[in-house]
Design a protein around this ligand. Structure first.
Ligand SMILES: *Cc1c(COP(=O)(O)O)cnc(C)c1O
Length: 449
C-alpha cells in the first residue's frame, strides 16, 4: 500500500487512542516506518529527533539489539508460562531481583502487570487488601491530584484528574482530588516556594476534611508528566512528606514516566528523597520494546500481605511474562553497565537545563522549565500577565506541527510544549533539540501573528 492507501485503511479500521476521529479524517495519520538511535523516520523519509522517547518509554533510543535479541531468545526457549498457582519462570525471578536492587532500599517486592494502568489497578487492590488485613476497613478513600494521569482503565482513569477524561466514564466513588503544584498556571501572586507549601497544605486540609481514619492512600506522580511536565516547587515534596508522616496514610508514587532514570536518579522518589509504600512503573522498564508494568511494594505493606491470611485474589495472565521480563532485565543491565543515569545526572541534564532556559527569552515563551531530561515551555501572548493566545489552545497545536516540520517531535499539552528525549542524548543532540525548538517557536509566532 502507498501512503494515501495506508491512511485510508487506517481511517477505516483503526480506532486510535486519545484521538479526535474527525481530525484524523481531515489530516491523515503520520505513518512512522523506522527508527534509529534517538531519531524516527516517517513514510516520506522525514527524519525527526524524537523529543518524546516514543511515548516516554524508549529511554535508550531505538537501536538496542541486546533487548530485541533477549526477547527473541526467550521466545524460542520458553515463550510463555504463567506465574499463578505456585509456578514461576527464571526471567521473572531475575527481574524481580534486579528491581529490588535498583529501587529504594525499603522496596523489595514486585507485582508484575502488563501496563501502567493495570499496575495502578493493582495498587487499588493492594491498598484495600492491606487495610483489611490491618483490620482498618474504614480506610477506603484515596487522595489524588487534579490533572494527574494514572492510566486509562477504570481504576487508573478514576485515579486520574483530567476533567476531559473524567467526563467520559463513571469514575470510582472513593477517590478525591486536590490542587496540583502547577505554579505557572495556578500560583497567582505567590512565589514558587510559597505556592509549593500552599499546594501541599491542600493535602492536609483534605485529610482533615475526610477524617484521617478514612483515608487509605495518597497517589501522585513525582512530576506530573502528561499533565504538562508540572515540576513542583522545591518546597512541595518535603512538606507532603511532613504531612504524610503525621497520619497513617500510604504513599503511592506513580513512576511510570520518571522511573528508570529520567530525573538523573533511578526513581523520582530517590530524587525527592521520598519513601513511597507503592511505586508504579511501566514504559521505560523495557525501553518500550515489550509491554510490561508493575508495582514495587514497600516492606511495611509487603510484610502484611505476605504474612497474613489467605489468597490474594488478583493477577493477570501476562503478569511476569517471560519475554517481557527478559526485556526488562536487559534494559536494567544496560542502564547499569553503561552508567546511563549517572551521565544524565552529571552531564546531559545540567547541559539541557542551561540550553533549555535560553528559550525563556523567546517572545512567545512565558516559562521554560526542565529537570533531568524533561522540559516544558509555556506559550503565551503576553509574558507579564501570562495570558495565552486564546482559550482553545491553538498555539500548542500550531507549535507541535511546526516542530515536527522542523525535525523535532515535541508534544503539546494545551499550550504547554513538552519534551522527554531519550536518556542517551549527547550534548550535541541537546543543541540540535534546542535549535529546532527555537525554530519551531519562531515559525509558531509567525503563524499566529
Ligand atoms: C502512561 C502512564 C500510565 C499508564 O500506563 P499504560 O502503560 O499506558 O497503561 C500511568 N501513569 C503514568 C504517570 C503514565 O504516564
Amino acid at each position: 500500500m502507498n501512503k494515501s492507501q495506508l491512511q485510508q485503511h487506517d481511517r477505516e479500521h483503526l480506532l486510535h487512542p486519545f484521538t479526535d476521529f474527525s481530525d484524523l479524517g481531515r489530516q491523515g495519520t503520520r505513518v512512522i516506518t523506522g527508527a534509529e538511535g534517538a531519531y524516527i523516520t516517517d513514510i516520506d523519509g522525514h527524519r525527526m529527533l524524537d523529543g518524546m522517547s516514543g511515548l516516554w518509554c524508549c529511554n535508550l533510543g531505538y537501536s538496542r539489539r541486546e533487548i530485541s535479541d533477549a526477547i527473541y531468545e526467550q521466545l524460542n526457549t520458553l515463550p510463555f508460562y504463567n506465574s499463578f498457582f505456585q509456578c514461576t519462570t527464571i526471567p521473572s525471578i531475575e527481574l524481580a531481583d534486579a528491581l529490588a536492587e535498583v529501587s529504594p532500599p525499603h522496596m523489595n517486592n514486585v507485582f508484575f502487570t502488563g501496563s501502567g494502568s493495570e499496575a495502578n489497578d493493582t495498587n487499588l487492590r493492594i491498598i484495600r487488601r492491606y487495610w483489611d488485613l490491618k483490620e482498618q476497613p474504614e480506610k477506603r478513600i484515596i487522595i489524588s491530584r487534579k490533572n494527574a494521569y494514572h492510566g486509562s482503565t477504570i481504576g487508573g482513569a478514576s485515579l486520574g484528574g483530567m476533567s476531559g477524561m473524567r467526563k467520559q466514564f463513571q469514575p470510582l466513588d472513593y477517590i478525591e482530588h486536590i490542587q496540583q503544584p502547577y505554579w505557572f498556571g495556578e500560583g497567582g501572586d505567590m512565589s514558587p516556594e510559597e505556592f509549593g507549601i500552599h499546594a501541599a497544605r491542600c493535602l492536609d486540609e483534605k485529610i482533615q476534611e475526610l477524617g484521617p481514619e478514612n483515608v487509605a492512600a495518597f497517589i501522585a506522580e513525582p512530576i506530573q508528566g502528561a499533565g504538562g511536565v508540572v515540576i513542583p516547587p522545591e518546597t512541595y515534596w518535603p512538606e507532603v512528606k511532613k504531612i504524610l508522616d503525621q497520619y497513617d496514610i500510604l504513599l503511592v508514587m506513580d513512576e511510570v514516566i520518571f522511573g528508570f532514570g529520567r530525573t538523573g536518579e533511578w526513581f523520582g522518589a530517590d530524587y525527592y528523597g521520598m519513601q513511597p509504600d507503592l511505586m508504579t512503573f511501566a514504559k521505560a522498564v523495557t525501553n518500550g520494546y515489550f509491554p510490561l508494568g508493575g508495582t514495587m511494594v514497600g516492606d511495611r505493606v509487603a510484610e502484611v500481605i505476605k504474612a497474613k491470611g489467605g489468597e490474594f485474589t488478583h493477577g493477570y495472565t501476562y503478569s511476569a511474562h517471560p519475554a517481557a521480563c527478559m526485556a526488562g532485565l536487559t534494559t536494567i543491565n544496560i542502564l547499569r553497565n553503561e552508567k546511563i543515569i549517572d551521565n544524565v545526572r552529571d552531564v546531559t541534564a545540567p547541559y539541557l537545563a542551561k540550553r533549555w532556559a535560553e528559550l525563556a527569552d523567546h517572545p512567545i515563551v512565558g516559562e521554560a522549565r526542565s529537570l533531568g531530561l524533561v522540559g516544558a515551555l509555556e506559550l503565551v501572548k503576553d509574558k507579564a500577565s501570562r495570558a495565552r493566545f486564546d482559550d482553545k489552545c491553538t498555539a500548542g497545536g500550531v507549535c507541535r506541527d511546526q516542530s515536527i516540520r522542523n525535525g523535532l517531535v515535541m508534544r503539546a499539552t494545551g499550550d504547554t510544549m513538552i519534551i522527554a528525549p531519550p536518556l542517551i542524548l549527547t550534548t550535541g543532540q541537546v543543541d540540535e533539540l534546542v535549535d529546532k525548538a527555537h525554530r519551531a517557536l519562531d515559525d509558531t509566532a509567525k503563524a499566529l501573528a
